[in-house]
Ligand binder design. Structure first.
Ligand SMILES: [Zn+2]
Length: 237
């Protein structure tokens, strides 16, 4: 195996074949809402019930989805490398769904937060949560009521795991972006950063990503087909 330190960046395109449509697409998960109405701190403060209900519905839908061949292939790569002590796989995901976890990947970092965790705005406690969040849901740490929100990064809030992300991008020898358009900063800069530190960079996407110049190779097509094929080849080398 040529690579020891593989970092994935996954976006909405990897979850679309599992029935979780990209947010802005037709019939996307925004349910025809403007993201500004549900994914900003102001929206949450102005109308918490509306925002909580939106994410409660989204959570239900996301938790019912199943991983597809692309998620499973990444998990298999992690397992094979770990079992043979040849290297490790880390996944930075822009997705708030839990499909990587369901595929049994263990090194998953949700840079935009996760639908399956909740946070208290008062004491900043974060906990695993698959239930609906209500206005009366108390924080398990400080017992406050009305301070519990989905642990999701709203627009203009800083990404999670920034330090770790830097570390991964610096140390990767193979960086693979899957199902991400390369339009949204700062994740759109990750490939360039990994490349600057010497990683080989690859993209698996339906369409050419906007930052295609940052990739050594761009593989066009459905990631649930192209990625398992590539990983199979990688593991046979
Ligand atoms: Zn609290």
């Amino acid at each position: 195996m040529e690579y020891q330190n593989i970092v994935f960046l996954t976006g909405a395109g990897i979850s679309a074949p599992s029935g979780l449509q990209t947010f802005r697409g037709e019939n996307g998960l925004w349910y025809n809402r403007n993201p500004e109405d549900v994914a900003t701190l102001k929206a949450f403060e102005d109308n918490p019930l509306f925002v909580l209900r939106f994410y409660n519905r989204l959570r239900k839908e996301m938790l019912q989805a199943e991983p597809n061949a692309a998620h499973l292939a990444i998990a298999e790569l992690e397992k094979k490398l770990a079992d043979s002590r040849q290297g490790c796989v880390n996944i930075l995901t822009q997705n708030i769904d839990t499909l990587h976890e369901k595929a049994n990947s263990s090194r998953v970092f949700h840079i935009h937060g996760s639908i399956a965790s909740a946070r208290c705005t008062k004491c900043n406690c974060v906990w695993h949560n698959e239930r609906s969040i209500l206005l009366m849901t108390p924080c398990p740490a400080c017992q406050s009521v009305g301070t519990v929100r989905p642990d999701i990064v709203f627009f203009k809030e800083p990404l999670q795991y920034q330090g770790l992300t830097e570390h991964f991008l610096k140390n990767a020898d193979l960086f693979i972006a899957v199902g991400t358009s390369g339009k949204i900063a700062p994740a759109s800069h990750f490939a360039a950063e990994a490349k600057a530190h010497g990683a080989k960079t690859m993209a698996f996407n339906l369409e050419e990503p906007e930052n295609k110049q940052d990739f050594d190779e761009v593989i066009l097509g459905p990631a649930e087909q192209t990625l398992p094929q590539f990983i199979k080849e990688l593991l046979s080398n």
